[in-house]
Design a protein around this ligand. Structure first.
Ligand code: ZN
Length: 467
C-alpha cells in the first residue's frame, strides 16, 4: 500500500453529510467543494486572480487536452501546471480517459478512421484536430498527471456506454479494475523512485508524531491543521453502470487496493442522471469514512445538494461557466436559500418519467461535461429540461431559478442579476448592461457571466459546509 497520508480531516458529520478539510501538497481545501474546470490550463474567461476573488480553492485540469497541446513534458519544463498557469492552489487532473473516449470518436467523422480502440494494454485514438494517432495506457495517464504536477490524480477507467448489459458492464468493470491496479503500481513505483521529491520520510515521521500524540484512532476527527502532504493523492474510480452488484463489488475491490480517495464515475456521462440517487445509496455507505469522495462531472445545484446529503465531498461541472456564456444565469429563491442544507426536498428518481421514455438515453456522452461543445448548448439545455426531477429549477420546490439574459424583457432592467449578491458582476453591473453585452457579442459578457454563476455555485458549497 502507498503510505497513508491521512489527507482527509472530517470536522463534523450531519446525517451522511460530511464537512471537513482535504490536505494536498498545494494547500488545504474545505470540503465539500466544487472545482471550476480549467480545461486547457485556464478557466474560460477568468484569470487566477478572478478565481481567488471568488474564493475558489481548487481547479480541475484536463489531462487529455494538456497532453496533446502544449504537451505534459513542456509543462514539466515550465515548472509544472501550477507555475505554467500561475495558480498556486490545488489542482485535480482527470485521467484523460473520458476525453479519449468521447473526443476521439469525433475523429471518425473527420478522418474516416475510427478514433478509439480499446485493448487490454490501453486505448488508442486519433486526435480530431490534426488526425495524429496516440496511445493512452494506464501508466501513461499517471505519467502525464505526474508531469503536470497534479495534486490529485485519477486512474484511467473505461466509461461503459449506456444502455449496457450486465455482462458488458462486468467486462468493462473488470478492465477498469485491472487498469486501476496498474495505475496504482506505476504510481507507487514513481513515488518511490522520486522519494526525495515527494519527501516520504518527512511525511512518515510527521505522521508517527501525530499518532504518538494519541490520535491513532482513525475514527476520531483529526484537528491537526499542519499535517504535511507532499505527494499527489491517487483516486480510484467506481464503475459498474446501473447494476447494484457491480457498483458495490467495484467499490470493495478498489478499497482493497487502497487509494487515497474514491470517485464515482459514469453517472454524468452515459447513465441516466435520475439513477444517481440510487447509485449513491449503494456506493457511498461502503466508502471509507477517512477518505475523500468525488462525484465526477456533476452537476446541477440540486444534484450537488443531494449528493452532499448522501455523503459526497467533491464535484466538478461545466454547467455554471458554460451555461453562463450562453445567457443562463443562476439566482436564489431568497426564501429557500436559508433552508440549505438541512430542509430541502430530495431529488428522487422519477421512474415513471423514465419508463415513459422522457429521458434521452445516452444523448449527453460528450456534451454535459465538456467545455469543448459550446455549439451543442441548445441540445444540452434540451437534455437538462428533460431530466425528470422533482426539484428542477423551474419547479415550485426549487431553491433557485435561472434567467435567460438574452430575453428582451431585460433590455431596460437596471437591477443586478441578483440584488444582494456579493459578486463583482452584481456589485457593478445591471441586467440591461449584460443583455446589451451578450447581444453585441462583447467578450466582457463572458467574464461577467462566469463570475456570477461560479459565485452562485461556490456560495452553494459554502452553505453546504455551514459557513
Ligand atoms: Zn452576482
Amino acid at each position: 500500500m502507498i503510505y497513508d497520508l491521512m489527507a482527509f480531516e472530517l470536522s463534523k458529520q450531519i446525517g451522511a453529510r460530511r464537512v471537513g478539510k482535504l490536505h494536498t501538497k498545494n494547500g488545504v481545501i474545505n470540503t465539500p467543494f466544487f472545482m471550476p474546470i480549467a480545461t486547457k490550463g485556464a478557466v474560460k474567461n477568468l484569470s487566477p486572480e478572478d478565481l481567488k476573488k471568488l474564493g475558489a480553492e481548487i481547479v480541475l485540469g484536463n489531462t487529455y487536452h494538456l497532453w496533446l497541446r502544449p504537451g505534459d513534458e513542456l509543462i514539466a519544463r515550465a515548472g509544472g501546471l501550477h507555475q505554467f498557469m500561475h495558480w498556486d492552489r490545488p489542482i485535480l487532473t482527470d485521467s484523460g480517459g473520458y476525453q479519449v473516449f468521447s473526443l476521439g470518436a469525433r475523429a471518425k467523422e473527420k478522418y474516416g478512421t475510427s478514433g478509439v480502440k480499446i485493448s487490454e494494454e490501453g486505448v488508442s485514438f486519433t486526435d480530431p484536430i490534426d488526425g495524429k494517432k496516440y496511445f493512452m495506457s494506464p501508466e501513461k495517464s499517471i505519467e502525464i498527471q505526474l508531469n503536470l504536477g497534479s495534486d490529485m490524480i485519477m486512474v484511467l477507467d473505461e466509461c461503459p456506454p449506456f444502455p449496457c448489459s450486465h455482462e458488458q458492464a462486468r467486462k468493462s468493470m473488470e478492465l477498469t479494475l485491472r487498469w486501476a491496479t496498474r495505475c496504482y503500481a506505476y504510481f507507487q513505483q514513481r513515488i518511490k523512485q522520486e522519494s526525495e521529491k515527494y519527501d516520504k520520510e518527512k511525511v512518515i515521521s510527521h505522521q508517527s508524531s501525530v499518532r504518538n500524540e494519541g490520535k491513532s484512532d482513525d475514527s476520531l476527527p483529526m484537528t491537526d491543521d499542519s499535517r504535511i502532504v507532499t505527494r499527489p493523492l491517487l483516486f480510484g474510480i467506481v464503475q459498474g453502470s446501473i447494476y447494484e452488484d457491480l457498483r458495490k463489488e467495484c467499490t470493495q475491490r478498489l478499497i482493497e487496493i487502497g487509494f487515497d480517495g474514491y470517485a464515482i464515475g459514469g453517472v454524468a456521462v452515459g447513465e441516466p442522471r435520475e439513477q444517481l440517487a440510487e447509485i449513491l445509496t449503494w456506493v457511498a455507505p461502503l466508502l471509507p469514512a477517512d477518505k475523500p469522495r468525488y462525484l465526477m462531472g456533476l452537476g446541477r445545484p440540486e444534484e450537488l445538494v443531494n449528493a452532499v446529503q448522501a455523503g459526497m465531498d467533491m464535484f466538478d461541472c461545466v454547467i455554471p461557466t458554460r451555461e453562463g456564456r450562453h445567457g443562463r444565469l443562476f439566482h436564489w429563491k431568497r426564501n429557500l436559500k436559508s433552508q440549505i442544507p438541512n430542509s430541502l426536498p430530495t431529488c428522487l428518481p422519477d421512474r415513471q418519467a423514465r419508463q415513459a421514455g422522457k429521458f434521452q438515453k445516452n444523448s449527453k456522452f460528450q456534451i454535459l461535461n465538456s467545455e469543448e461543445s459550446d455549439n451543442d448548448i441548445k441540445k444540452t439545455n434540451a437534455d437538462i429540461e428533460n431530466v425528470p426531477c422533482s426539484m428542477l429549477h423551474d419547479s415550485p420546490e426549487a431553491f433557485y431559478e435561472t434567467l435567460n439574459i438574452a430575453n428582451e424583457k431585460f433590455k431596460e432592467d437596471f437591477t443586478p442579476i441578483e440584488s444582494g449578491c456579493q459578486c463583482e458582476t452584481c456589485q457593478n453591473f445591471t441586467r440591461a448592461y449584460l443583455h446589451h453585452l451578450l447581444k453585441t457579442s462583447e467578450p466582457l459578457y463572458l467574464k461577467l457571466a462566469s463570475v456570477h454563476n461560479l459565485h452562485f455555485y461556490l456560495t452553494l458549497m459554502k452553505l453546504l459546509r455551514n459557513e
